[in-house]
Structures are given as C-alpha cells and as structure tokens.
Design a protein around this ligand. Sequence first.
Ligand SMILES: C[S@@+](CC[C@H](N)C(=O)[O-])C[C@H]1O[C@@H](n2cnc3c(N)ncnc32)[C@H](O)[C@@H]1O
Length: 134
Amino acid sequence: MAEPIDFSATRGLEECMDGPCSYEELRDCLRHLAWLNQLTRAHRPVLQWVERVADSQSGRDRPLRIVDVGCGYGDMLRSIERWASQRGVAVELVGADVNANAVRVAREASPATSRITWVHATCAFARKLPTPIW
Ligand SMILES: C[S@@+](CC[C@H](N)C(=O)[O-])C[C@H]1O[C@@H](n2cnc3c(N)ncnc32)[C@H](O)[C@@H]1O
C-alpha cells in the first residue's frame, strides 16, 4: 500500500494558480490539467452520474441544466455536451469561473458549434440560479 502523502510542508504556501499570472500561463496550466483529466479518465464518474440523472428524468419537458463551478478549461462540460449530443439528451450547460482569464480560455477552447454558456462568476452565482440544477 502506498504511503500517505505529507502535505504539511505546503501549508501556508500560495497556490500559484490562484495568484496573478498571465493569460498564456493560465491557459497552458489549464490545458495541462485537461490533459491530466483525459489521462486519468476523470470525466468518467461525472458522465456516469449525468447518465443516471438523465435516465431518471427521461420524459421531462425541459433541458437538464448543469453548472460547472470552477470550470477552468471547460473540458468537463465539453465532454457532457458531446455525450448529450450523441445520446440526444437536451442539456443547458453553464461554466462559471472566478477567473476571467479562465472563462476566456474555456470559451476559446470550445468549437464554434458549442452552445455552452461561459460566465465570469463565483459559486455564489450558482446558488442564485432561479431553478434547481435538475
Ligand atoms: C484547479 S482548477 C480546476 C479546473 C477544472 N474544474 C478541472 O477539474 O480541470 C480550479 C478552477 O476553479 C476556479 N475557482 C476557484 N475558486 C472559485 C470560486 N469560488 N468560484 C468559481 N471558480 C473558482 C479557478 O479559477 C480555477 O479555474
């Protein structure tokens, strides 16, 4: 069994990602994270959950609304959009990020055909949405 990682030495250190950095630096970092997500199949459990929700809601008269708070590169939502398109499931997808540059990165990484809405906002935005997420 692997030894637990000791993070105590990192306590108090600033997370570089949340510190000021250029658009290009953030874009490269988020792109790298998206690559890691792909490598580790990080989207899979979320897609399985979305599939279960969609199945339990079949017959609904409005789209499934999913908000990704802290969307970063936006790759999770683009995966959901591809899945929904293949399955013919109506979705309304919103990506929110507190960092305006991340919102720009997510938008620029999306194909012109994408209908995902990208917003510069914090998690407080999601709490104010008028209707439940699903
Ligand atoms: C480590 S990245 C992860 C990106 C993506 N969710 C992923 O898993 O690859 C975290 C993102 O959350 C954003 N973030 C951090 N705090 C936030 C908040 N309170 N509201 C919205 N976005 C936030 C950061 O700007 C950053 O883009």
